[in-house]
Design a protein around this ligand. Structure first.
Ligand SMILES: Cc1ncc(COP(=O)(O)O)c(C=O)c1O
Length: 406
């Protein structure tokens, strides 16, 4: 029999212990994070931690999140349909608005059907386990977004990772998976979110076809910003029709919130029946749906937005290169300046804020150890003079061996 405890046992606080232990380790690695506070409407100029700055850190690339037509569509949706969908899609939340947006997204990408998810993260963790399970293989680029990595973990399929954009290694993994697995899924980002390079999709999809693999393209950053009609990296690379599963987000260039998966009618039916992040979650609210529909219209009729976005990004990359600052391997509107050391990246980020520009410093685990960087994302509505001012400010800081914020 256990001996009874006399008096009060010392109070244990396991929550405080786990927080102290984990946060201590994070601080030790120099990767502790805090959230900045932003004020004002989303746009090229915002108040960040109390200072008005030019914003080069967001994903509202086409500046649609505060466009009058988009705002009015969201406001009208709230007035006419309320602020919530009131349930999951399979119970009371499947509004005619969701179906209309899905038809429009499918039409935009030339697919049979689309299905909206609440975020891109939820789309990836829903779709990957729906397509691959035990006995199957997912082949994944080493720099794929965390939501693909987590989707692979949930899928319980074997994940075969290949070095970034390495076609020989990809061919190797595909051949290996074809021999030893039932079904094979190739999952890649279209535009890499921390490097701004575009996957060599034509070659990758060619290889996937040779080995009978399905292809999932995560085009979170390409949708609306790349390709003649803004259909993304698949359009840019001339393989739009070859992609089995398109994933795009509504919360970045489309200025709203949510995400979608587009492909065949069978894919949509499968996801409605098995994608747990779709089934067990409340549906997107009417204002988000209607904002996305309005953005899709504005984005389609105003190609100048993506053209100007890419022109501004090109000016930024070129201007930095002239000042000896590499933005390799970017060819898009995501422009990295790799600084290497965590502390240096964060020092330059703070000093840049002091000069009136916000470009986020990015550290491990968002990027590999030793490749901390500034991730600069211009918007379509930044002026050329604003880009030039950023180049000047950054060039001064990068050439200074120990920049400090005041
Ligand atoms: C490549 C990629 N996929 C998926 C996501 C997740 O999208 P969301 O922010 O809608 O969850 C992101 C977000 O940054 C991303 O960069």
């Amino acid at each position: 029999m256990a001996t009874p405890v006399r008096g009060n046992p010392p109070r244990r606080d396991p929550l405080a212990d786990v927080a102290a232990e984990t946060l201590g380790a994070i601080r030790g690695r120099g990767t502790h994070r805090r959230m900045r506070v932003l004020e004002g409407a989303q746009g090229p100029r915002m108040v960040v931690d109390g200072r008005e700055v030019l914003l080069f850190a967001g994903s509202n690339y086409l500046d649609l999140a505060h466009h009058p037509e988009v705002v009015e569509a969201a406001a009208r949706a709230a007035r006419d349909h309320g602020t919530a969908a009131g349930g999951s899609r399979l119970i009371t939340g499947n509004l005619a608005l969701h179906e209309a947006l899905e038809d429009e997204l499918a039409g935009f990408l030339g697919c049979e059907a689309a299905l909206v998810f609440n975020t891109g993260y939820m789309a990836n963790v829903g779709v990957i386990p729906a397509l691959a399970g035990r006995g199957d293989a997912v082949i994944s680029d080493e720099l794929n977004h965390a939501s693909i990595i987590d989707g692979c973990r949930l899928a319980q399929a074997d994940t075969l990772v290949f070095p970034h954009n390495d076609l020989d290694a990809l061919a190797d993994r595909l051949a290996q998976a074809e021999r030893s697995h039932r079904r094979v899924l190739l999952a890649v980002d279209g535009v890499y979110s921390m490097d701004g390079d575009v996957a060599p999709l034509a070659d990758m999809i060619g290889l996937a076809r040779q080995h009978g693999a399905m292809v999932l393209l995560d085009d979170a950053h390409g949708t609306g910003t790349l390709g003649e009609e803004g259909r993304g990296s698949g359009e840019l690379c001339g393989v739009l029709r070859e992609v089995d599963v398109h994933m795009g987000t509504l919360g970045k260039s489309l200025g709203s919130f949510g995400a979608f998966v587009a492909g065949s009618g069978a894919l949509r039916e499968l996801l409605v029946n098995v994608a747990r992040s779709f089934i067990f979650s409340c549906a997107l609210a009417p204002p988000a749906i209607e904002a996305a529909r309005a953005s899709l219209r504005v984005m389609t009729r105003e190609p100048w937005r993506r053209e100007q976005l890419q022109a501004r990004a090109e000016r930024l990359r070129h201007g930095l290169a002239e000042r000896g600052i590499s933005t390799q391997p970017s060819t898009t509107h995501i422009v990295p300046v790799v600084l290497g050391d965590n502390a240096r990246a964060m020092r330059i980020c703070e000093a840049l804020l002091d000069k009136g520009f916000f470009a986020q410093g990015i550290r491990h685990p968002s990027v590999p150890e030793g490749t901390a960087r500034l991730r600069i994302t211009p918007m379509a509505s930044h002026g050329e003079a604003e880009i030039d001012a950023l180049i000047d400010a950054l060039a001064d800081l990068v050439s200074d061996p120990s920049p400090t914020a005041s």
